[in-house]
Design a protein around this ligand. Sequence first.
Ligand SMILES: [Zn+2]
Length: 400
Amino acid sequence: MACGLCHALSYSDAYASPRTRERARRASTQFIILHTTEGEAKPSLRKLSKNGEAHYCVDRDGKVYRIVERSRVAYHCGVSMWRGRRNLDDVSIGIEVVGYHDRALTSRQYVALRELVLTLQKIYGIKDANVMPHAQVAYGTPNRWHPRSHRGRKRCGMGYAVPAVRRLLGLEERWLVDPDVRAKRLVVGDVYLSQVLYAKNGEQLLPYKVPRSTAAAAERVVASAGPRTYVIKKGQTAWDVARDAYNAPSTTYVFPDGRRLPGDKVRDWEGLVVGTKVILGDADAAGSPVQTLAKGSHPRRLIGEAVFAPDTWYIRPTGGSVQGSRLTERSLAAMPPGTKILVGYAKGGPVTSRRLPAQICPTQWDAPDTFYLIPGQPLRPSGEIDMRRVPPGTVVFYRN
Ligand SMILES: [Zn+2]
């Protein structure tokens, strides 16, 4: 569908590690350590799998390879320390991302990594600050250049410590100082790295730019679970915020002086001021998986041969849903304008007092691309639903 960035995680076990069964189970999980493979996908995946050196690896297209089973120890940190605790492999999950410490990731990687990290944070109760790059926790023992144990053995994944990148990953808090250097357990062995990790302007010190469009794309995924109002920030354009819906009549611009204009009436796109609110109209506006049938149009023009698929759903403007496979050519052609169409969806429910959305679709009930049809109301994305009060009779559409 239109929005290639909005899919849920896609996993593969093609490189599941044969080492998993010989590894101990972790007694506790306190950190998520992020790496860059410093090599291309195939050779990296083969090595990670063979040696059991990560729990996950995120490829350039966002696909997530499961390597070592996540409850067991993977060897990804090497010589490592944080707040005096050594060997972080025993208390951490390791995620490799195909790429290099001095280059940006792809948009899909940022989005997939964000989803994966968030999922693991929920499972293990890990706070944002403890999602850290390998470079931040690795250290070197004394050698000919460094008479003392020192931070800076690696620059692996260093960009993940930078606020602009962390925002893409949905992470807020970060460490502002190196606790092991402060406690004199280690000395700084790489001044540049320590600036990247702890400076306010770490983004400017990176040898690459964090692409703004990537930022907007990732932020939209983040925001799609919550309110659909965005504020234009410094350096952002209307397109960064609203994408293809920037000039749609259903998109409303509210200027700082209170003036409101629909997207199709705005003329001065370059002059949009910081602080202007952008309210995306309906679910269609932001590249959502919902299509709306226009007057005089035929569903086939919108979704092609998926018109009769069992995982295509038609939601009539008057309420009620019909499965594609139940339609005939005639009933298809008679779909009224305003009908919403979902492709690639399963229908769950109805919600009852004993069967709540989380029981109907345990992994997707609050996904941004899950939709709710409450009796007598239009189809709404999960982010607009008050989950404490979902009326009985509501049905849930989630990605198949
Ligand atoms: Zn690493």
